[in-house]
Design a protein around this ligand. Structure first.
Ligand code: ZN
Length: 344
């Protein structure tokens, strides 16, 4: 699909314009309503695409402009979940949150993002990537009073995600990415049934598939958690062997400014790797040389034709001009390494 080495992309979300939603805020309420909101989301998608194109990204996305949150918005469109019935739960063993309840069988009555994907497809001929929440991350943000089984609920969500993903692929999406930050926390469950649930979500898809596993947005709960992880972050080590055997095409990871030992990437040799070379948890813009240094390290363990420079995670909570600067430096850093590869 890609006609040049080191194709660049983002992990997913980009900041929203201030006329659409409160900036630098997760779950930010919309500032528009009705048809104005529908039109506003499409205009924001066009802007997000334009900024990616101006920065020279090779694989583009909607910047998640039509969703309030990468997990919640998808679940809001499903039957079986009561958003008025809240319970306090710990999210990824990290922080407490008031979450909605599963009160009956979960199902998808109609497509969630397919119209948005069709709209993005109309705007560009570039390869497009679309993010969906992964099954394990979805169950981790809900209180389950119906199935009373994390595994069963994950497989029910995987079936729904598979329906959505097939329609996204038919709408012209080139890469469907499942966001699974929960894979970095529940290692036993990932190996017992988490990867199997992911396989269910991608079954029969005729586009490429990716799984994004990160250490989260740059919000305080996550940066505090990172402080407790010690000098070497070896979480990926627990899930890589089984992921390597899975049929997922691409694995998207947090690498830049992290304490992930780069040699862990050898455990997924053969897979395409989206290497996070931009830190989303600070407001300082990397230099092209810093981005290039991370990519060069990754190249010791990932073949050049399988390395996809990317951001560590989504950039929704960042100020727009910072996110724009980070997009530009991502492509500049990739260009540096690309020219080195061409000359050797
Ligand atoms: Zn992420």
């Amino acid at each position: 699909m890609m006609n040049r080495l080191l194709p660049t992309s983002t992990a997913g979300s980009l900041p929203k314009p201030s006329w659409l939603a409160e900036p630098e805020t997760l779950w930010s309420p919309w500032k528009l309503q009705g048809q104005e909101l529908t039109d506003g989301k499409q205009d924001a998608l066009r802007l997000a695409l334009h900024e990616q194109q101006q920065a020279g990204l090779d694989i583009v996305s909607d910047g998640e402009q039509s969703r309030q949150h990468f997990v919640t918005t998808f679940i809001e469109h499903l039957d079986g979940v009561d958003f008025a019935k809240r319970e306090i739960m710990r999210i990824r063993n990290r922080y407490e949150a008031s979450v909605p309840s599963v009160v009956g069988a979960v199902s998808r009555q109609k497509p969630v993002f397919v119209e948005d994907a069709r709209f993005l497809r109309q705007q560009t001929k570039q390869p497009i990537k679309w993010a969906l929440p992964g099954p394990m991350t979805m169950i981790d943000t809900l209180y389950d009073g119906h199935y009373k089984s994390r595994e069963q609920l994950a497989f029910e969500f995987a079936k729904i995600l598979n329906q959505e993903a097939k329609e996204l692929a038919a709408a012209g999406v080139d890469i469907i990415q499942f966001d699974e930050p929960a894979f970095n926390v529940f290692f036993d469950e990932v190996n017992d049934w988490g990867i199997a649930a992911l396989e269910q979500a991608i079954a029969g898809l005729d586009c490429e598939t990716a799984v994004h596993i990160c250490y989260g947005y740059g919000i305080k709960a996550n940066t505090d958690w990172k402080q407790t992880l010690g000098s070497e972050w070896r979480q990926y080590e627990a899930v890589f062997p089984k992921l390597r055997e899975s049929s997922i095409d691409i694995i998207s990871l947090e690498c830049h400014n992290s304490r992930v030992p780069m040699d862990l990437l050898a455990l997924i040799r053969g897979k395409k790797v989206m290497v996070g070379a931009i830190d989303v948890a600070n407001h300082s813009i990397e230099t092209p040389e810093e981005v290039a240094a991370t990519l060069r390290q990754a190249l010791q363990f990932v073949d050049a034709d399988k390395l996809y420079p990317c951001t560590n995670c989504g950039m929704a909570p960042l100020p727009r001009q910072i996110a724009r600067g980070k997009l530009q430096v991502l492509t500049a850093g990739a260009a540096l390494v690309r020219s080195e590869l061409a000359s050797c």
